[in-house]
Design a protein around this ligand. Structure first.
Ligand code: PMP
Length: 307
């Protein structure tokens, strides 16, 4: 995994600052207890310049995550949106990953974060294919021995910093065993999702994905793909997914802001379909890339460009 590519300027607590000066105190509450919330967005090159995909939807989820943890973001969504867009311009960036994060900063040792100031940062940086340069030929995944946390433990609809230790454990195991990514089972032993992406199964031309009842984050890319499937006349179903469904699938693919639409070519060493990206996955992937690059006029409202 490549280290992130530093850019000149980040946005930190209301100001544009050089990358190296965006520093946090070691006693930050968020560092000790994982009390922060974040988002992941992407910007793409379009014919009219760079644009961020579904900016408003990501910021809506950021504020919803924050509310759940009683974390008051001291900026409006409009301010965070304009800072995100301005980072592209200031750093002369086109294809990026954008990471807004809000967390309880240093104030108290108490687990109760009351009184901790809230710090907010946004970084935009170049990012290629999240699961590696060959990812679009299909990735190799394993079923993780680490189970997905249940919504009764931590809500799966939010993106909080601390919850990602669950994903870290699954990814570390997958890498140790020589795979590209892990798939979680939930507490019931059904399929949940990847460490940072949703999962779709293709069964006889129908795409199937699960929902929050399976302990997954209801991803924005997942929702986008369901909408594109409808537009393309590809039948879809939202239902629980079993391990057997994975093993007998015609095709499997991940969706997520970072992984976009990534085919899965093998599960635990067993080929999915003929071990190559399947036709349904490829159609949806093409449609997705057309949308994010502004080539499909019907979905331009999902793209926001810097002023
Ligand atoms: N599940 C998890 C656990 C994730 O971290 C992500 C990435 N945010 C997703 C699914 C996909 O969500 P989205 O499509 O909104 O990026």
């Amino acid at each position: 995994m490549a280290p992130f590519q530093k850019v000149e300027t980040l946005w930190f607590n209301g100001a544009f600052v050089p990358w190296d000066s965006a520093r946090v105190h070691v006693m930050a509450h968020g560092l000790h207890y994982g009390t922060g919330v974040f988002e992941g967005l992407r910007s793409y090159e379009t014919a009219d310049g760079p644009a961020i995909f579904r900016l408003d939807d990501h910021l809506t989820r950021l504020f919803a995550s924050a509310e759940l943890y009683e974390l008051e973001i001291p900026y409006s969504a409009a301010e965070l949106a304009s800072a995100s867009l301005e980072l592209l311009t200031r750093n002369r960036l086109t294809r990026t990953y954008i990471r807004p994060i809000a967390f309880f900063d240093a104030y108290s040792l108490s687990v109760w974060p009351r009184g901790c100031p809230v710090s907010v940062a946004i970084a935009a940086m170049p990012l290629g294919l999240y699961l590696g340069d060959d990812a679009m030929q299909g990735v190799r995944v394993c079923l993780s021995s680490v189970r997905r946390f249940d919504a009764s433990v931590i809500p799966t609809t939010a993106k909080s910093c601390g919850q990602y230790v669950n994903s870290v454990r699954a990814v570390q195991e997958a890498m140790r065993r020589g795979f590209d990514e892990a798939i979680f089972l939930n507490q019931r032993g059904e399929v949940a999702e990847g460490s940072g992406e949703n999962l779709f199964v293709v069964q006889g031309g129908t795409i199937v994905t699960n929902d929050v009842a399976a302990s997954v984050l209801p991803g924005i890319t997942r929702a986008t793909v369901l909408e594109l499937a409808e537009m393309l006349g590809i039948p879809s179903r939202v239902a629980p997914i079993t391990v057997e469904d994975l093993r007998s699938a015609d095709e499997l693919f991940f969706t997520g802001t970072a992984v976009e639409v990534t085919p899965i070519r093998d599960l635990d060493g067993q080929a999915i379909g003929d071990g190559r990206p399947g036709p349904v996955t490829s159609r949806l992937q093409q449609a997705y890339f057309d949308v994010v690059h502004g080539r499909d006029a019907r979905y331009r409202h999902w793209l926001t460009r810097p002023a």
